[in-house]
Design a protein around this ligand. Sequence first.
Ligand code: PGA
Length: 249
Amino acid sequence: MTAYRPLIAGNWKMHGVEASLGEVRAMVAAVEGRPPASRVAICPPATLIDRLAAQVKGTLIEVGGQDCRAEAQGAYTGDIAAEMLADAGATLVILGHSERRAGYGEGDALIAAKAVAALRAGLEPIVCVGESLAEREAGQTLSVITGQTRGSLPEDLAGHAFAVAYEPVWAIGTGLTPTLEQIAEAHAAIRATLVEGFGEHGRRIPILYGGSVKPSNAAEILRTAEVGGALVGGASLKASDFTAIFEAL
Ligand code: PGA
């Protein structure tokens, strides 16, 4: 018995236009009648959130954003507030993805501020942490991911729903995955950090694994200790692949 429902979340990144909603129809059909023992979410580009939310309304599928700004409104051209994601129909938001940490220089403090904003807007943050290949080779994996976990989460979760995703940077979009032992070791370290920071609530935070999850490796990864779901990039774009992954739970 885990203290939470496992979550399979699809991160569409910058993929998806109106035509992609056809794949969502097939995903909706696949979750129909499923007992709600687990959760499924799709995080499309912001432009599709409201259409997707309308399409999955009343089904098991939840909708998330991929980033938000910490402020609720203001002169921030191009940015999107957590409140706007919620207004469009999102209930979750991915924060601190490595593509944002690396590409936009997002650091732990900024990600923690965004997580506070997400909670303020009633969204469940999925905060990503993960080491680079150089950090793994230097034996720094556990210190990097526990440091990111401590630094990128709000000081107080006040009972809010929250998720963390362990995504080794070198495993994202590469087809490479850590060994199951490496995944278990990383997840155990993150769990210990969450319990240290948040007490009992720290046990109710699902820790997703992300990085080259696909139908052929999903079952063994999802069965690994402390893996509370998956954050799926490429394989979440096709209904057949994404469905096979959440059916592996
Ligand atoms: P991938 O991406 O599944 O395509 O490796 C995962 C992610 O970046 O969240």
